[in-house]
Write a new protein. Structure first.
Length: 90
């Protein structure tokens, strides 16, 4: 499969997996704290450059990791979470 084709349910790269995420998408982000988060998908979204997202997660990441990266680049418009204490953007 090429970098944009899907083989079954497995994408060849994080960039291919998020390629059709539009501006303003609602992102439901798993994990607990910084454990089990979709780190590679978050990095791909930063590189993709889409904006205006609503992120739903139990936390807001930290300054240079996790959802904190999308907050730094102002790609998240609204954050819905139960804990934001370790992110300087709040």
């Amino acid at each position: 499969a090429s970098d944009t084709e899907v083989d079954g349910k497995v994408w060849p790269s994080a960039a291919a997996a998020i390629a059709d995420v539009p501006n303003g998408a609602t992102l439901l982000v798993g994990g607990f704290g910084l454990c089990g988060i979709p780190e590679n998908l978050i990095n791909a979204l930063v590189a993709h450059g889409t904006t205006g997202h609503t992120a739903v997660s139990n936390n807001a990441g930290v300054d240079d990791f996790g959802l904190g990266l999308l907050l730094q680049t102002k790609q998240i418009k609204r954050m819905i979470s139960s804990y934001v204490g370790e992110n300087k953007n709040f």
